[in-house]
Design a protein around this ligand. Sequence first.
Ligand code: NAI
Length: 333
Amino acid sequence: MKVAVFSSKPYDRRYLLAANEGAHELVFFEMRLSLETAALAKDCEGVCSFVNDDLNADVVAELSRQGVRFIALRSAGFNHVDLRAAASAGIAVARVPAYSPHAVAEHTVALILTLNRKLHRAYNRVREGNFALDGLLGFDLNGKTIGIVGTGKIGEIVARILHGFGCTLLAFDPNENPTCRELGVRYVELDTLLGESDVITLQCPLTPRTHHLIDRAAIGRMKPGVMLINTSRGAVVDTSALIAGLKSGTIGSVGLDVYTEEADLFFEDLSQTFIQDDVFARLLTFPNVLITGHQAFFTHEALTAIARTTLANISAFERDGAPVHSVPMPGGS
Ligand code: NAI
């Protein structure tokens, strides 16, 4: 099958070509998929896309006009796809449901440890010959209460790692995870989690229910000095409320791997330009904010699994007319 691969960096090409073994004709485009670039999929039966590609109704309609019948997402999340538009255009959508939950969970814990012990600041200080400790004071994670919002594949591993640190674990999830329960995770209402946690980490998908789950009201219920980590999707947090929380001191520190408007920033080298997003620029001014550019997934194991599952989805669609991991279409099918 001929497949247009959008948002493909050199590392994507390397892993996808290795998994493909010449089975499909992969046409790589570094640019993101959007209404302006959708025509590049001309003559391609399939499109392969990543998290910041735009798959709104207009883009899906344009892809359909170009003859596309299949969209292979290289991500677990599918909040950026208009599934109704895809269903009515007869385009099947597949995803990679789990590639390495360990990668994201371990990055989450890396953000917690770095922020707590201020390693991002210590690194720079020591390089400049400044060995003073003022401002680097952290706390023992042992005995602290961690609130995990969403205990699916990633949340469960975060729970297992932090259980090893001797933390008390709270969780909020409409679907309780038996493994987490066995670990001693206590499922509570969101308000209880917000009020009792020293560290809150978001591991839920972006859905209409989780959009701005962390808003001004939610931040108002948090313990003063709380650490907030978001490695899920940017829009789960209302960024202006987050900035207000940081300014008032309610929020003690923030670790983000995702940001609502990240599509205009992340995955690109913008070091020779000015950041046009003033809200993001404001976030960067806080010494107690640590941002990584959507790299939680970025391990050798995850890229290998993403490439293999994506190619398996493409092969299955070509062979059977249905991918291995279909995204459930609205309305059931
Ligand atoms: P999963 O589907 O295994 O688990 C998600 C959990 O969230 C489920 O247990 C679900 O019941 C729960 N949930 C749903 N709605 C909720 C709500 N309103 N409140 C609390 N919990 C809710 O997904 P997985 O693999 O653990 O991934 C979670 C999210 O992490 C993905 O949807 C994606 O957005 C994000 N992600 C981020 C990556 C990164 O590189 N930063 C990479 C991969 C995933």
